[in-house]
Design a protein around this ligand. Structure first.
Ligand SMILES: *Cc1c(COP(=O)(O)O)cnc(C)c1O
Length: 317
């Protein structure tokens, strides 16, 4: 659930700038991964913001394309990365293209310009390397991709499709820095959202005491309370109170305790992500991937967008 006191501020101009930087760095097309509601940032809003920069979008399912009204928002076609989950006509209507991994799927979705998903090591809903050319032929496909975590996997895709007239892509965020994995397009998600999100909540109470405090009877000379807890996705770790790095001392269902300083007062902002508190730092304190932290904390409060493109800036469907 979202805390009514929490604010998730999403800087759409920063996302667009990140996308432009990736295009400049790689020199190939950008397929923006906005699955899982753009990792919690809002797929429709992110799609509209990226319309001038991205060559295409990617989600996991057709339902996400429909729910986010991605074509209406951006005028961009969306590749669905998961197993196909709708009628061919529904894909065409949504301007979505399914990822297919068998001859049967390729035939069924031939009218939807299917993209062949190739297994180079992920071992899930993808076609084996030695079957690629048959699946490509069955779907009349002009595009193939693999979900790669190493450059060697991208090379495997290239080798297996060398004689086919297809567009190829392999690189998610972790391979954007590896030119050998760029192929014809890159497909990042996380990197688009870097430094674009700030999650915060105001101090609802501030107290000085000698403890013990809270459920765990911790001690702190001065502590603050925020109205955000594990029900909103918060976990123990670091926060910033008036720009100072402080510990989140205890997380409860809908409230949490943080260490506070002498000058911190009710209403002052506690930052849980962004504004100097990096995603990787929070991920380290959670022992989680940055993807998980971003998706979780983006659901912790009320969304607010900065630098929304004007409606007239969107492409007409
Ligand atoms: C999620 C995903 C991506 C993007 O991954 P990031 O690490 O967020 O860049 C790219 N390709 C596929 C197939 C994915 O599932």
């Amino acid at each position: 659930m979202r805390s009514s006191q929490g604010t998730v501020t999403i800087d759409l101009a920063r996302i667009r700038a990140n996308a432009r930087a990736i295009c400049a760095q790689t020199g190939v097309g950008l397929i923006a991964v906005i699955k899982a509601d753009a990792y919690g940032l809002g797929a429709g809003e992110v799609a509209a913001a990226l319309a001038p920069v991205a060559a295409g979008l990617a989600t996991f399912s057709l339902e996400e394309v429909r729910a986010g009204e991605l074509w209406q928002a951006s005028g961009l076609t969306t590749l669905t990365l998961g197993p196909p989950d709708g009628l061919p006509a529904a894909y065409r209507r949504a301007h979505a293209r399914p990822a297919v991994s068998s001859i049967g799927q390729a035939r069924r979705y031939r009218s939807c310009r299917p993209v062949v998903c190739v297994d180079t090591g992920m071992r899930r809903f993808a076609c084996p390397l030695d079957a690629v050319s048959r699946v490509v032929a069955a779907g009349g496909s002009t595009e193939v991709f693999t979900h790669a975590v190493t450059v060697a996997q991208a090379r495997r895709l290239l080798t297996a499709t060398r004689t086919l007239p297809v567009r190829r892509h392999a690189a998610a965020s972790s391979l954007v820095g590896s030119p050998a994995a760029h192929l014809d397009a890159v497909r990042p998600g996380l990197l688009l959202y870097q430094d674009a999100v700030r999650v915060s909540a105001p101090l609802a109470a501030v107290m000085s005491s000698h403890g013990p405090i809270g459920y765990s009877a911790f001690r702190s000379a001065r502590h603050g309370v925020i109205l955000m807890g594990y029900a909103h996705g918060l976990r123990l770790g670091w926060c910033l109170v008036n720009g100072q790095r402080r510990r989140i001392r205890e997380v409860g269902m809908q409230t949490s305790y943080v260490d506070a300083g002498e000058r911190d007062a009710v209403g002052d902002e506690v930052v849980l992500l962004g504004g100097g508190l990096a995603l990787d730092e929070v991920a380290a304190s959670w022992s989680a991937r940055p993807h998980e932290v971003l998706t979780t904390l983006c659901g912790a409060g009320q969304r607010r967008y900065l630098h929304r493109p004007r409606a007239s800036g969107r492409r007409a469907p």
